[in-house]
Write a protein that binds this ligand. Structure first.
Ligand SMILES: N[C@@H](CCC(=O)N[C@@H](CS)C(=O)NCC(=O)O)C(=O)O
Length: 235
């Protein structure tokens, strides 16, 4: 029997979603526990002193998530957890066996973290225009191989799990014009992304959005939550 694995997450968090996608794609058994980020329980801060989701506990006795065991390993940082899951499930294909493809997966993850995560959050927060988002998306598109279904190679990897949570959120926020950016900027970004020059990456995103792992883990009901969080507008 495999060791227990508990994922502490928040449904709106793209970083949490990365881990959830990898777990589902690997067909891994896990427990999920949602943390209220506005009122974090004391015990959660003992699991992760930084107080961030995702955090994973692995091993130790099977306990209630609110009562984590001192005997389990505590693992944080979404990219670290993605690698950990690929190590735990070496036959899942989450990381290819071929060293060159492994390097490409890691490069893709690095590029996503550097070029997509920060710029899309800065745009949605209203602190940066979307030009940097488009630049990042253009860079990532350049990494996608023509005709390939996945980010790297011919299998779903942690590179796919890393990028899609960011782009899925960006897509619904832009389409619904939700964010602290000036009114209309979300729609404008959405229109820009329909240009032929972004066709390759947008087709890739669409394919990933149609996967059962995404449908199972991403609820468009999040729109209501995002509306609540991003109500202030910069006019
Ligand atoms: N670098 C971290 C970022 C995680 C992160 O920023 N999580 C946010 C939610 S999206 C969080 O837990 N924020 C709570 C807080 O900072 O109080 C990772 O990749 O896991």
């Amino acid at each position: 029997m495999s060791e227990q694995l508990t994922l502490y997450l928040h449904k709106a968090s793209p970083f949490s979603h990365k881990v959830e996608l990898a777990l589902i794609e690997a067909n891994a058994p896990y427990k999920a526990y949602q943390i209220n980020l506005f009122d974090k329980p004391e015990w959660f801060l003992k699991l992760n002193p930084v107080g961030e989701v995702p955090t994973v506990t692995y091993g130790g006795p099977s306990v209630e998530p609110e009562n984590p065991s001192p005997l389990s390993a505590k693992i944080a940082e979404s990219n670290v957890i993605l690698e950990f899951l690929a190590d735990l499930y070496p036959d899942s294909g989450l990381l290819p066996k071929d060293p060159v493809l492994r390097a490409k997966v890691r490069f893709f993850i690095n590029a996503t973290t550097k070029h997509i995560g920060d710029s899309s959050y800065a745009f949605v927060k209203g602190s940066e225009p979307y030009a940097n988002v488009l630049k990042g998306i253009g860079f990532i598109q350049g990494l996608l191989e023509e005709g390939s279904e996945f980010a790297v190679g011919d299998h779903y990897t942690i590179a796919d799990a890393c990028i899609i949570p960011h782009l899925a959120r960006l897509k619904i926020l832009a389409e619904n014009d939700i964010g602290k950016f000036p009114v209309g900027m979300g729609h404008k970004l959405s229109e820009e992304l329909k240009a032929p020059k972004f066709a390759k990456i947008m087709k890739y995103v669409q394919r990933m959005l149609e996967r059962p792992s995404l449908k199972q883990s991403f609820d468009e009901g999040l729109i209501t939550y995002f509306k609540m969080v991003f109500t202030e507008r910069v006019q």
